[in-house]
Design a protein around this ligand. Structure first.
Ligand SMILES: N[C@@H](CCC(=O)N[C@@H](CS)C(=O)NCC(=O)O)C(=O)O
Length: 240
């Protein structure tokens, strides 16, 4: 679990000391390693809380209230020049120096590189991770995101065209994902950061009005992921 105010215990945390067991074994102080996650309770935000939980990295949530415009604050712009969440600040980046990263896909790849988890070692293993991560970033996010936008409009005429266009494209993308998952458990074979990226948006399927029963392979994949304890923690972490 992330820290928001005061330390919460994660699955690898020693009940007595509050120190992550693996960090203690490595002689590391988790307080100095705690990643700042600047985020909000949205699909792109959830991708990163899920990945951090799955990787067992200590993190602290810094909520950025995007409905109040906090993403426009000059301080946040230093971390995220595109004024969007999520962004992270890792005090222990490359060469032990602090580093900030924006764009959820870049953050996921960085965390995969940093931990060696959920990112295959071989280039041939990485290719489908890159493909399906880019597929998510370019389509399975921007398209349902437009559905979320148009569905909230009050004027029926404004809604109609946008919803027709983006709901059709969103359903097409679910169909692509369903075919991909027909003969494998996860999009790149083994569980990877690409699954976490896609899950962030699939988590919002009720909001973009997609019934997972129409896409049985996606449904199976979704339920398998959501049943993982670390995914649950990442989905339930308080981000706002
Ligand atoms: N491509 C970016 C998209 C991030 C994004 O769209 N973030 C939304 C919340 S999910 C946001 O910050 N919106 C605030 C705004 O548009 O002003 C990523 O994946 O990190």
């Amino acid at each position: 679990m992330p820290e928001i105010s005061g330390r919460k215990l994660g699955k690898n945390t020693d009940k007595n000391t509050g120190q992550e067991n693996w960090a203690r074994e490595l002689g590391k102080d988790t307080r100095k390693m705690t990643i700042e996650l600047h985020t909000w309770n949205t699909p792109n935000g959830r991708k990163i809380s899920v990945a951090l939980e799955e990787m067992g990295l200590p993190y602290k949530v810094i909520p950025v209230n995007i409905s109040k415009g906090e993403q426009m604050a000059p301080e946040f712009l230093k971390l995220s020049p595109n004024n969007k969440i999520p962004a992270i600040l890792d005090p222990e980046g490359p060469d032990g120096k602090p580093v900030s990263i924006f764009e959820s896909g870049a953050i996921l790849l960085y965390l995969g590189e940093k931990t060696g988890k959920f990112l295959p070692k071989s280039l041939s293993g990485r290719i489908p991770v890159y493909e399906w991560l880019m597929w998510q970033m370019g389509g399975f996010g921007p398209m349902p995101g437009q559905v979320h936008h148009f569905i909230a409009l009050e004027n029926e005429q404004d809604r109609a065209y946008g919803l027709k266009r983006y709901m059709a494209e969103t359903r097409r993308l679910y169909g692509v994902l369903d075919r991909r998952l027909a003969d494998r458990d996860f999009v790149a074979g083994e569980l990877s950061v690409a699954d976490f990226a896609i899950l962030g948006w699939a988590w919002r399927h009720p909001r973009h009005k997609v019934e997972l029963t129409d896409f049985p392979n996606v449904k199976r994949w979704y339920e398998a992921l959501m049943a993982r304890p670390a995914v649950k923690r990442g989905m339930e972490a308080k981000l706002d």
